[in-house]
Write a protein that binds this ligand. Sequence first.
Ligand code: NAD
Ligand code: TDX
Length: 340
Amino acid sequence: MNTILVTGGAGFIGANFVYYMLENHPDTRVICVDCLTYAGNMSTLAKAMADPRFTFYKQDIRDRAGINAIFDREKPDAVVNFAAESHVDRSIEEPELFVQTNVLGAQVMMDACLAHGNIRFHQVSTDEVYGDLPLDRPDLLFTEDTPLHASSPYSASKASADLLTMAYYRTYGLAATISRCSNNYGPYQFPEKLIPLMIANALADKPLPVYGQGLNVRDWLYVEDHCKAIDLVLQKGQIGRVYNIGGHNEMRNIDIVKLICAQLGKPESLITYVTDRKGHDLRYAIDPARIHAELGWLPETAFADGIRKTVQWYLDNRPWWEQIVSGEYRNYYERMYANR
Ligand code: NAD
Ligand code: TDX
């Protein structure tokens, strides 16, 4: 039986990937390594915990000895590294943690792969490593050859991990690939991120805090399409290669927020324009031509369907996010949004 080790599997995309792999690869065992930061949630993995093909370790990826012990015991055939600090606003407050987890943690994982016989390693990266694009040049898209030009401590830490991954491939021959995906949305996304935050606030009739004028553009992809793309890269991707993942679905933030108001039957008067994010990237847009041409990947979920399913998921799973927004997250929200 194939064994795949997933880091960050108690977070948003990692958990969706765990479920994707368990469902689509009946001969695969999934080992999840996650230290359960504020963003990790065991209730997300409750169904997986009942599956004999799933094993969970509460483990920090920065802890070399702990990671090596798991590799010795589980002998993974492949590693997918999702574990990261992932929120741009938090990286502006606490950049060091982002370097520690996103760069040094990734290095520990790569070292463990090399030390255990050059295990296949996949680094989950982001379109944010390319910086941003102007709003008035819709013809421009990020390709894999676009220079790295990170804006925030978060994106700089992800770009650093990408550089290290390519250096490990070139220097040590690490069997590595990298994928750079655009903004994801879907079930289990932590309510600090745009879409679930707006859904949760709208349902509570609270103000919807739009940064600046809401004109920044993001390229949205349903999380399951991202999981499918990573699986393909893992199975068929060329070692040492980077793959962009995105579905040509650019939207302005304000239009997303208005759409959520409409779907929930809430008034747009809840929208409140607040002070902009420092260094706020204007526009992201992925050119996914390579993964389509080489691996045959195409997104399958249209945004209209994906956002409807997502809003419904948050309506159907209130206890999951209500427990989050009533806990420690409240302090974060106060700090980030009060007097903004
Ligand atoms: P998330 O914040 O929801 O989850 C991160 C998970 O990593 C959490 O479960 C957390 O407990 C765990 N973690 C954090 N530090 C750890 C450590 N030191 N050791 C072990 N586990 C640790 O993040 P997400 O949105 O699911 O993103 C997952 C990955 O995908 C990240 O690498 C992110 O950069 C990348 N990515 C995200 C998006 C997006 O739109 N969310 C888009 C492109 C790429
Ligand atoms: O309250 C808000 N108001 C607002 O206007 C929040 C939380 C966000 N925004 C804006 C900022 C961005 O332009 O919405 C847009 C999306 O913001 P986030 O959800 O924070 O995502 P973003 O900064 O685009 O980064 C995301 O996509 C790339 C993920 O968080 C990253 O992990 C991923 O790498």
